[in-house]
Design a protein around this ligand. Structure first.
Ligand SMILES: C[S@@+](CC[C@H](N)C(=O)[O-])C[C@H]1O[C@@H](n2cnc3c(N)ncnc32)[C@H](O)[C@@H]1O
Length: 249
């Protein structure tokens, strides 16, 4: 399928409908979306989140106390900012990044020749059970084709006692901030990205996926049902972003 045909297919689905897609339909929608924006992803994200995502990575990833020899998987690594952060921050650990989008991986590989990047799907991680000490997924969970299978797979590849870290966008709880943030994401962002991309669908999808995001207690209940126990939950940016850490039982 050509890039243009994929574009048309994604444009024919409303952002709300896209957040509700499951399985292969969601996988195809998401792969097309990220392949199409890969080369501009980092630049546009800096504008959309006013440069805050780098600070959220630092807050979420700097206190992990990873020891030499530990193995880490970054699921939905995209262009690799979190993968590079881990590789550069913790000496002598082994970091791999997995992503569905060849376009995003191409950018990641251009920026980083140390971490190991591979193409794949969170619902079928091609690694043996109990391979990793830490699995992270940053700003990605909302895009997965199946929440339950994704969690089961990320926990399967963790060794017992290993940690799963989910960093993602949330809806702020404080009413004024929630209204401002929702207005920014759903009304302002689709306009300000227009000079940089032909089609603002990915950013209307982004806003809708944040509106549809699980709450922190819903996330905690879901993870606790999958052979792991949530031990930490933190918010950043007044609740616009948050981190959960769970330990595999
Ligand atoms: C919003 S980007 C986040 C990228 C990166 N983690 C970051 O923090 O910049 C979401 C990424 O998740 C990837 N992704 C979505 N669904 C996936 C799946 N089923 N399996 C693997 N990666 C997936 C997308 O291709 C995309 O690169």
């Amino acid at each position: 399928m050509t890039k243009n045909n994929n574009n048309l297919n994604n444009q024919s689905i409303t952002p709300l409908k896209a957040t509700q897609l499951q399985g292969e339909d969601k996988r195809q929608y998401i792969r097309t979306l990220f392949d199409n924006i890969a080369t501009k992803y980092d630049f546009i994200r800096t504008i959309v989140f006013l440069g805050q995502t780098s600070s959220w990575y630092r807050q979420a990833l700097r206190d992990l106390e990873l020891q030499p020899g530990m193995k880490v998987l970054d699921v939905g690594c995209g262009t690799g900012e979190s993968t590079r952060f881990l590789t550069n921050s913790y000496p002598d650990i082994e970091v791999e990044g997995l992503d569905l989008s060849p376009g995003m991986l191409e950018v990641a590989r251009q920026l980083d020749s140390v971490s190991g990047y591979f193409e794949g799907d969170v619902c079928n991680i091609e690694r043996p059970d109990a391979t990793y000490d830490l699995v992270i997924t940053a700003f990605t969970f909302r895009n997965f084709p199946d929440k339950q299978t994704s969690l089961a797979e990320m926990i399967r590849v963790l060794r017992p006692g290993g940690r799963l870290l989910i960093l993602d966008h949330f809806q702020p709880q404080k009413i004024l901030w929630k209204q401002t943030y929702t207005f920014w994401m759903s009304q302002v962002v689709p306009q300000i990205v227009k000079p940089f991309i032909e089609d603002s669908t990915p950013y209307r999808y982004l806003a809708q996926s944040i509106i549809n995001q699980l709450s922190m207690p819903e996330f905690t209940n879901l993870i606790n049902g999958f052979g792991a126990t949530v031990t930490q939950a933190n918010f950043y940016g007044g609740g616009a972003s948050g981190r959960l850490i769970a330990v595999r039982n």
